[in-house]
Design a protein around this ligand. Structure first.
Ligand SMILES: Cc1cc2nc3c(=O)[nH]c(=O)nc-3n(C[C@H](O)[C@H](O)[C@H](O)COP(=O)(O)O)c2cc1C
Length: 332
């Protein structure tokens, strides 16, 4: 049959593309190396804010265990938060910002949870500078909130903004069975996600086998200590075989991230509780997950999503959001 491509040309092109890929990947590494917040002494405003939020979140998660909260938990997160706040203050950044207030708030919520409810001697907060303990009543932006199953009943008839603003990551489940038809609806809808040149390289593994779920979550390492297993774990992957050129080297993450967001909103629409879980595994754990679920080597694992039914009431982190002015630049 008629063939237009010439094998020699294609082989030469492939060789050049590989060189270009290395160059572009080197630029990725260089940018990441320069700007990531590897150390607390990486002290740009953005780097310190990221470090503050990371630790605020860790403490919010600990507080959201409610009655199962481990008294005195999170000493490392508190120490890291303290150091980021100290460097932040030392740099003279504003104390009126969203992030600074988040950092201060969570120290107060931690004290409240221990001092008021658990009766812990506040002296155990020795990793936190005394100045961050004062002015308690003014800082309440961070902490926990309660999600009620009854508020989720009509999710499918909510408007999009109400649905998305009402969604929160939920890490505890009732243990009630999840209808696989609902998961199929969610994934069918997510298939409408835009992807670069409509490549649609995604593949979702729906894991319901309890042992495999348990082992996947153990290897994922970001979902520890919750009393009930989810009803299923979705493993969202995108094949690198969907991409044609070195400039598309990160598209698996972009298309996969968009797809995952469609899945997460779909689950909310179906009144299912869910939490996205990172796929930032070390090499050995990733190899084991791939072997366990049979994920093809061509596929990039983008994210896991744990899914279950809502409990009547669940305490979750507030996970408050930045104001629009922090992330919108209007260029007229
Ligand atoms: C890519 C990604 C990875 C995440 N990984 C984890 C994780 O490993 N463990 C976890 O408990 N939550 C994880 N989350 C959930 C985030 O903590 C959560 O989305 C964030 O705090 C905002 O809260 P919200 O989802 O309740 O609005 C992840 C979220 C995303 C988007």
């Amino acid at each position: 049959m008629k063939m237009n491509a010439n094998r020699l040309n294609q082989t030469a092109k492939k060789f050049l593309q590989k060189i270009r890929l290395h160059y572009l990947a080197y630029r990725d590494i260089r940018r990441f190396t320069r700007y990531a917040a590897f150390s607390v002494f990486d002290d740009s405003y953005d780097q310190l804010c990221a470090r503050i939020m990371y630790n605020v979140h860790a403490i919010e998660k600990g507080l959201s265990r409610g009655k199962n909260m481990r008294v005195g938990f999170g000493r490392k997160a508190l120490a890291n938060l303290n150091d980021a706040l100290v460097v932040y203050s030392g740099k003279g950044y504003s104390r009126e910002t969203y992030t600074y207030i988040q950092g201060r708030s969570i120290v107060h919520r931690y004290i409240d949870a221990h001092g008021k409810d658990a009766g812990l001697d506040l002296g155990t907060l020795d990793v936190v500078d005394q100045s961050f303990h004062v002015g308690r009543d003014t800082f309440d932006a961070a902490g926990t909130k309660t999600i009620y199953a009854k508020d989720k009943l009509n999710n499918s008839s909510k408007g999009f903004y109400a649905l998305s603003q009402g969604r929160s990551s939920v890490r505890e489940f009732s243990g009630e069975r999840v209808d696989i038809e609902k998961i199929s609806n969610v994934l069918r809808n997510a298939g409408k996600t835009p992807s670069v040149c409509n490549r649609q390289g995604w593949h979702v593994y729906v894991v319901t086998d309890k042992e495999k779920m348990q082992e996947t979550l153990r290897l994922q390492r970001g979902f520890k200590g919750y009393p009930t297993l989810p009803e299923c774990v979705l493993v969202i992957a995108v094949t690198n075989s969907a991409f044609l050129s070195p400039v598309e080297r990160n598209e698996a993450f972009v298309d996969g991230g968009l797809f995952a967001m469609s899945v997460i909103y779909g689950l909310e629409c179906e009144s299912l509780a869910a939490v996205p879980l990172n796929a930032m595994m070390n090499a050995a754990d990733e190899r084991d997950v791939r072997a366990l679920i049979n994920v093809h080597d061509s596929e990039q694992i983008i994210m896991f999503v744990a899914v279950g039914a809502f409990k009547d009431e669940t305490i979750v982190p507030i996970s408050d959001r930045k104001p629009l002015s922090d992330y919108m630049t209007y260029i007229a």
